[in-house]
Design a binder for this molecule. Structure first.
Ligand SMILES: Nc1nc2c(ncn2[C@@H]2O[C@H](COP(=O)(O)OP(=O)(O)OP(=O)(O)O)[C@@H](O)[C@H]2O)c(=O)[nH]1
Ligand SMILES: [Mg+2]
Length: 432
């Protein structure tokens, strides 16, 4: 009897516990994933109700406004976003550090210098890439200004995006029409016939008027723009260029302290069809202005026969760090004037690279021109990647040394080293 009633009690206890467990499971607060997934499938983003945002008073309408601000629909401009900070609310419990907290300014006095970019509004995303690289590798620690010039007014997107990327101040200028048009002495019919001929011969940019204005402007006018008047040095940056190594000192300071007036990272031979008579004009200038020719000039860089003919070697001017006072000097202005009067910017297709290079080679002493081995650079299609693994590792470079153009047959950099009796870096022979 005692054993039978004990069994009944155990059965009862077992039944009660089973019912209690079943009840607990059916009323549990463990969330179900089915509902949010269904909402997402229906196109609605479901915010985690248990997250800190649950206490946030933002309505769905406000979240929609934020999402719209990041979409490209024209009717929903970013200024529709509520004045609260959308990014902070999208990043729970994180207060982002400011750029200057993450990367404090480098010590030392700044030089009176600026970056300079000539660009169209349509270049915005290509120049954004270049700026980001220059900032990441150098300027976020130095905060130099950036001057942007255009033959048309810059639009709001261009200004907004570039201002957000540059750590220094940005300045936007329009080019005066007389610096971007045919001068009075140019025969328009003759210039048009040249463009047509070059188009048929498929010479790169040969049929372009704007490219010619660009080359003439970069050769003779950018340094006269009012926005550049108060600066002493410039660093030219073009769209879609890359910097592969950290720049761990101030190149402007280097230029100033070492009395450098012009610098380069890549050099090569010019396409002869674009400059058939450029050297004739240069020789005319040498004859007319012997007083401007530097004693210790770099003629052997430019000519293999003592100045009779041009060997087409030039510094590639899409990268250059230079001294604006030199470009504004009477010597350079006279040089440009001689060339400009001869009309080759329009009757041929003279580029600013051979123009700057011939000027630097004739008007400057050799030790005023500098090769920046440690600034690793790419502009389609050429790369300068420093020779020597120790330099590349120290500067955290990400370029492939096999891409380095310096010692290849079509580069003039070897000639520059020989002329200036500079020892070539170890390993250069392996890259020939
Ligand atoms: N505002 C303005 N800038 C221009 C114009 N044409 C070229 N540029 C700028 O002038 C510089 C040189 O032009 P590029 O088109 O890069 O010429 P390039 O380097 O010889 O040739 P790419 O191989 O195409 O780079 C760049 O900074 C361009 O953004 C133009 O018509 N207007
Ligand atoms: Mg370019």
């Amino acid at each position: 009897m005692a054993a039978g009633s004990g069994r009944i009690v155990r059965y009862l206890l077992f039944a009660i516990i089973t019912i209690a467990i079943l009840y607990f499971v059916s009323t549990s607060s463990i969330p179900s994933y089915a509902q949010p997934l269904a909402e997402q499938a229906a196109g609605k983003f479901s915010w985690d109700k248990t997250s800190p945002q649950a206490n946030n008073e933002k309505s769905q309408a406000e979240y929609d406004a934020i999402a719209d601000a990041f979409s490209s629909k024209p009717s929903q401009a970013p200024n529709n976003v509520p004045s609260t900070q959308p990014l902070a609310s999208l990043t729970p419990n994180i207060t982002p550090l400011t750029p200057s907290e993450l990367s404090p300014p480098a010590p030392g006095e700044r030089v009176n210098a600026t970056f300079i970019t000539l660009a169209r509004n349509s270049d915005i995303w290509e120049i954004a890439r270049s700026i980001r690289q220059v900032e990441d590798r150098f300027n976020r620690n130095y905060n130099y200004d950036w001057v942007f010039l255009n033959d048309k007014p810059f639009d709001d997107t261009f200004k907004k995006v570039t201002t957000s990327l540059v750590s220094g101040k940005t300045h936007y200028g329009e080019i005066p029409v007389e610096h971007w048009s045919f001068p009075s002495w140019i025969d328009q019919k003759k210039a048009e016939a040249v463009r047509e001929d070059m188009r048929r011969r498929k010479i790169i940019y040969g049929d372009s008027i704007s490219y010619r204005h660009m080359c003439r402007f970069e050769s003779g006018f950018f340094f006269r723009h009012p926005l550049l008047q108060n600066f002493e040095y410039y660093w030219r940056v073009e769209p879609s260029v890359e910097l592969f190594c950290d720049v761990h000192y101030d190149p402007f300071r280097y230029m100033k302290d070492n009395n450098k007036k012009y610098s380069f990272v890549l050099s090569l031979y010019e396409y002869v069809e674009t400059i058939p008579t450029l050297w004739d004009s240069a020789k005319k200038f040498i004859k007319a202005h012997p007083e401007h020719i530097a004693k210790d000039n770099s003629m052997p860089f430019l000519s293999d026969d003592g100045g009779e003919t041009y060997n087409k070697c030039h510094f590639w001017s899409n990268f250059e760090i230079g001294n604006l006072d030199w470009l504004r000097s009477q010597a350079y202005l006279d040089f440009f004037e001689t060339l400009d009067k001869d009309g080759g910017f329009f009757y041929e297709r003279w580029g600013d690279a051979p123009v700057h290079s011939i000027a630097a080679g004739l008007l400057l002493n050799r030790d005023e021109i500098h090769f920046f081995n440690d600034i690793a650079y790419y502009h389609i299609p050429f790369t300068h990647c420093p020779t020597g693994e120790d330099v590349r590792l120290k500067l955290r470079c990400h370029c492939n040394p096999n891409d380095n153009f310096d010692w290849k047959g079509y580069s003039c950099t070897s000639r520059f080293f020989d002329l200036n009796k500079i020892a070539k870096p170890e390993g250069w022979m392996d890259q020939v």
